[in-house]
Design a protein around this ligand. Sequence first.
Ligand code: PA5
Length: 500
Amino acid sequence: MQLPDENIEYQFSRLLAQPHEAWTPLAELQHQHFLPPEKVDEVKQWVTSVRGQVVAERELQNPPQKMRPLQPGFIDLPQKMLDSYKRKLDASDLGKVLRRAQQLRDTVDRVVVLGIGGSYLASKAIFGALCHSHHNELPAKLRMGKPRIYFEGNDLDNDALQDLFELLENTCVDPDIIEERWGVVVASKSGSTLETAATYRAVRGEARKFYGHKNEMLRKVIVPITGKSSKLRDLCLADGFPDDDILTIPDDVGGRFSVFTAVGLLPAAVMGLDVRAMLLGAATMTRRFIEEPFDRNPVLQFATINHLMTERGKTTRVLTSWSRKLEAVGWWYDQLLSESLSKNGRGPTPITTVGTRDLHSRGQQHQDGTRDKLINNLVVKQIKHPPVMVGMSERNEDDLNQFSRKGLPDILEAAIKNTNEAYAEAARPTADITLPMISEHTIGQLLQMLMLATVVEGRLSGTNPYGQPGVEAYKNNMIRALKATPNLPKGEVRDQAKGV
Ligand code: PA5
């Protein structure tokens, strides 16, 4: 596989406080809100030793109680997946993912992806970044065998789910025609998350109505992805799925770190994406993390700068994507950061924004509001399509002829540069994650970079990045409350398959 030189980088020089010859109000503000370069130099050695600790954690078979939970499996997973595919082909985990994805693509024209948290946001981020912006609306020929994709099971929105059922009912009438067949990917590591489990029960019921109760087709069009032992696995085994057709999320990979397991890879392969390039990008990032010195290591840089800025009171961490296509990567990072570092009353608050859209909503706050923010820009260097030009107009009522030879990318470039300058002039710290382009390879790098940096940041701040004990409270309360109320529905019940 030939890949262009397309490393992603982190640039943070704009938020370093530069020495000023004379005192000025801006120099004073920058002194307060930017980072002194000496501070970064001072911690390089410490950060490098933390890297050593994170790398060593991969080998711990039986970690001491105080280190638990420990789930570093995601670090080496991309390279391991590629290596075992090379050796075992179809019999490897990646081989199975590719086989099940191909089977689904050959069988159906619509796929409903069920999952929540890490079992949803990864595939949502990949879909947003790498598929056509209007994928589902494209005629089949332009989609080139890639099914339409829908996401469900990530909330409890009754009416939204009924809308999907209505769509399926009206567009999928004959199960003998591929264009009218639909399938399901259900991802849940625990296999017992109520949102996904309840939605799967309903979706499975719809599938049974459509394909017939015992139809062999059901096992072809439903792809379960779950942990080694889970209620979802039990259910699927009871439904007659061969164990080999149930894709497994390894124990040592946590939910929000599971993008390079079948959770992210299977939907990506169904979408027709090059999953090997994605894994290669992720494996490259792991290698850079382990081998490169601080100055060439975007993981260590990102973790350090973000940690130091949080310590300096910049506790709101804004990820501003200057490409709308990366917005869902921001939502994925929101979860990664929140669940990994928000523990024991500490941790930064993530926010995702899209430039320039949100300059017209949050821009005021970023320029002029509370000084609690660090903005990380996500900047894509190379566009995929030819530029949309402003062009000439005969009467020039809108006065845009002065920009007639400029395109949207030129205007965007000016927006990025000048927004950052305006922030710097108000001592508002910003830094850039730069992607040469949006591709499977760069998205693989980016997601792995953010996962690794989050773990390093956790170790720097003394917070265990693995586990999410805080999420259990609402789940327990909800189940207790549901058990305490009569088992009766609210509202009129839709005609659902009985006893599914
Ligand atoms: O990071 C995590 O482990 C969680 O956020 C999970 O991804 C989320 O709760 C969904 O869990 P599951 O995949 O078990 O349904």
